[in-house]
Design a protein around this ligand. Sequence first.
Ligand SMILES: NC(=O)c1ccc[n+]([C@@H]2O[C@H](COP(=O)([O-])OP(=O)(O)OC[C@H]3O[C@@H](n4cnc5c(N)ncnc54)[C@H](OP(=O)(O)O)[C@@H]3O)[C@@H](O)[C@H]2O)c1
Length: 324
Amino acid sequence: MRAAVAREYGDPEVVRVEDDFPEPALGAGQVRVGVAAAAVNFSDVLVVQNKYQMPAELPFVPGSEYAGTVLEVAPDVTGLRVGQTVLGATFVGAFAEQVVVPSFALTPLPDDVDLSVAAAFGVAHRTAFHALRSFARVRPGDELIVLGAGGGVGLAAVQLGAALGATVTAVASSDEKLAVAREHGATNVINYRAGDLRGALKAALPKGADAVIDPVGGGLSEPALRALRWQGRFVTLGYAAGDIPKIPLNLVLLKGAIVTGFQMRDFGANEPAEFAEGDRQLFQLLADGKANPYLGARYPFEDVAAALRHVADGKAIGKVLLEL
Ligand SMILES: NC(=O)c1ccc[n+]([C@@H]2O[C@H](COP(=O)([O-])OP(=O)(O)OC[C@H]3O[C@@H](n4cnc5c(N)ncnc54)[C@H](OP(=O)(O)O)[C@@H]3O)[C@@H](O)[C@H]2O)c1
């Protein structure tokens, strides 16, 4: 099968398309999906660089988010049938004509959902929604700060935070990213490269924020934490800036703040009922047209390295799609 393959760890350019990579074998409980489109995530870049929390064994096919059509179902799998359209999330394997995954890692799609949209929905929107709903506990009328607001998770958090009734303050590095964040529901926008983020947040939110969604880390986390009101919630999701911030704990004490981490796979494994209810609400927002990934760039499959490079360099606005 055609597949994008990493035979060594390194920069995005180590990933090359091969025409005769072996098809993955189908085991018990598994489903074979013909991939129609995949979305590129920052974590894919980290996995290729071998900087992710767990290593992928070489050689491997990167790719974690996709949508497609069921091609084959193991005899013990129930609830999925050949020909059904699905979206899925996996650690690696999605940048290929076929991916084989456990049946529980797939979500059946309504017939009328565009597979390009679905391919870009399963990671960023889910991460953002579960983090907003179950960890930041966003309620109508809340003031919400979203860091990395032009990126995949951040832009989804802007859109979904607004859908949950929050007033959203979007923080990003460029006016172009902030314009898209505004189109997706942000009320206040702050370009952190234009000056002092702490001062800008204080001016925008004099009473403080109820919650912060942080997929970036680095130097942005502390000023955002300082912008919380009494007993505000801070959710750390990832460190796209490359640096894991070290926060003075007295800031948490002084604000009575709740600082919490969110990792989608751990949440799904530890709180399946809460996860299922969040998914139900999110897919309803998709069906109602209130949740929709913004596809900021599309690449043909041959240009997989360029797509990874686009994300690695922090240039992605919304989601980056790889079309098979
Ligand atoms: N916890 C979870 O379950 C979960 C799930 C999905 C993703 N994540 C993590 O969340 C983070 C963001 O993912 P994403 O898909 O939203 O990525 P993305 O689309 O690439 O967005 C990341 C944002 O980080 C900012 N950034 C700052 N410094 C950067 C740098 N040196 N290189 C690249 N970006 C930089 C950029 O915003 P500015 O240009 O505005 O600075 C960029 O828009 C990643 O660390 C990812 O692993 C976590």
